[in-house]
Each structure stands twice: as C-alpha cells, then as structure tokens.
Write a protein that binds this ligand. Sequence first.
Ligand code: FES
Length: 155
Amino acid sequence: MILKNKNIYVVFLNAVFLLAITIFAVNCESLMFVNQAPEISQDCYVLQDNKLVINIDAVEALQKTGGSAIVVDSKLDKKILIACTGNNTFRVVSSHCTHREKAIRYNHASGIFECSSLGRAKYDLNGKAKSGLAEGDLLVYNFTINQNKMTVSLF
Ligand code: FES
C-alpha cells in the first residue's frame, strides 16, 4: 500500500514537472542569456531631435570586433543594440525580438542576431528573420559615423 502511494506521488510530481516545462516552453518567456550586452552609460550619448548621438570611443564594448552594447533610456520606445561587426563597422538594431519582445543579442561567431528566449529567433545582420519563432524582421536603424561620433536616426 505504501509502495503504491509512493508511485502515485512520483507520477504526480512528474506530471507537474512536465506541465511546468510545457507552459514554460509554450510561453517562451525566459532563459535569458547570462552574457547580455552591457548598457551604454548615459554620459556616453545624447538624445536630441530624434537622433541618438553616441561617443563610441567611450564605449569599451564597441572597441573590438564582436563586441556589442545597448542603449536603455526611458525616452526611447525600444532598447537599441549596437554591434561591432568588423573593423569600425557596426550594425544598429532594435534589441527586441519580433516574437515576444525578448532581448536580442549579437552572436559574432555565427554572424547573426539571436533571441535570448526559447523560440530562438535568428536574424541576419540586416535584420532579416531567418529561423526560430521570429514574426518579422528586426527594426534596423540608419546611422552615420563622423570621427568618434555615431549618429543614429530614430525615425
Ligand atoms: S521572444 Fe520568442 S523567439 Fe524571441
């Protein structure tokens, strides 16, 4: 009798565990990357006239190929991810996945932007959705670089 109750208890726990995993996977809510891009300090950029001007020389993460950093500011609708894809070559995209807005990161080894969530949306460097649960292309920002200043057009 005790053994039978124990088996029922184990089956119940397994069912609860599977239900939790299923809810977790379906909702695609978590598993954030531990190594998110660092935030750019507010003293390294200014927001003016629908433009974001960043002193890229002051952002260590953007000094080397493969590095990336994000701008998080309450005046912005979205977080903005800046990736250094090559020698003085950059890409600027929205840091929000088109599936459920989870954080995007730059994966230099694979040459892609990818979602941190279980849906694993992947985008090429032009923001085009390639695989996973992406529901559209990433928002890509135009920018210019003049000496050490990057000016990003915010539309
Ligand atoms: S939020 Fe689900 S794949 Fe990005």
